[in-house]
Design a binder for this molecule. Structure first.
Ligand SMILES: C[S@@+](CC[C@H](N)C(=O)[O-])C[C@H]1O[C@@H](n2cnc3c(N)ncnc32)[C@H](O)[C@@H]1O
Length: 210
């Protein structure tokens, strides 16, 4: 596992460590799919993404670089501060930050909901309602790119987190067309050097409804 999802108490330090990391493979996969659909005109023309749990913005920045409009949402004020003061933000950008927990956040219909290593950090009692709002906010042809954690993850059972086995993942994505699903299990360390078993689903799915 080379990714960097962790549950730090000190998010500011976490953001310092992770902000400069490259964008997630799930985001890049989704952007490639949008790109291959866009034969005429710039890929990003009119495209609007919501980055749920944006952190310090390693994915948001990639979207902005490619000309997307982005609403970046995070419960931590430090995340939005860090993102909006990055010195590598494109000059011409359309970025809005919102400090809110997913459960209370508001976002309009969009072409992409990106949520890297963030949705599992929600309590099971909140997860389903937020998921319904995510799925309901996707424009026709829109996509979700995200990570979910499986039951063999070291953190399984932690209070305030949600885990999905493969059957639960399939049920969650019913009605959406799964374009990428990579299940990863790996023993490595967290960014803070703590040993951890990772069980992660990397997923991109498309709203194929008209
Ligand atoms: C592991 S970090 C990932 C950050 C970023 N997506 C990345 O990949 O670098 C998870 C982020 O989700 C945010 N987060 C966690 N639970 C949240 C919730 N319920 N509502 C809003 N944001 C949340 C945290 O504040 C944190 O910035």
């Amino acid at each position: 596992m080379t990714e960097d999802a962790e549950l730090p108490r000190d998010w500011a330090a976490y953001y310092d460590k992770t902000g400069a990391r490259p964008p997630c493979e799930t985001l890049l996969f989704a952007l490639d799919r949008f790109g291959s659909e866009s034969m005429a005109g710039p890929v990003s023309e009119g495209r609007f993404a919501v980055d749920l749990g944006c952190g310090s913005g390693r994915d948001t920045i990639e979207l902005l670089r490619r000309g997307w409009r982005v609403l970046a949402i995070d419960a931590e004020p430090a995340a939005i501060d860090k993102l909006t003061t990055r010195n590598d933000l494109p000059v011409a950008r359309d970025l809005t930050g919102q400090v809110a927990p997913f459960e209370a956040a508001e976002w309009p219909r969009c072409d992409l909901v990106n949520s890297s290593f963030a949705l599992p950090l929600m309590a099971p009692r909140d997860f389903d309602a937020v998921w319904r709002r995510i799925a309901g906010s996707l424009n026709p042809g829109g996509r979700i790119a995200c990570q979910l954690y499986g039951p063999r993850d070291s953190w399984a059972g932690r209070a305030g987190m949600t885990f999905h086995d493969r059957a639960a993942v399939d049920a969650l994505f019913e009605g959406l067309e799964i374009e990428m699903l990579r299940e990863e299990e790996d023993d490595s360390t967290t960014p803070r050097g703590k040993p951890k078993h990772w069980h992660v689903f990397h997923i991109v799915a498309r709203n194929s409804a008209n």
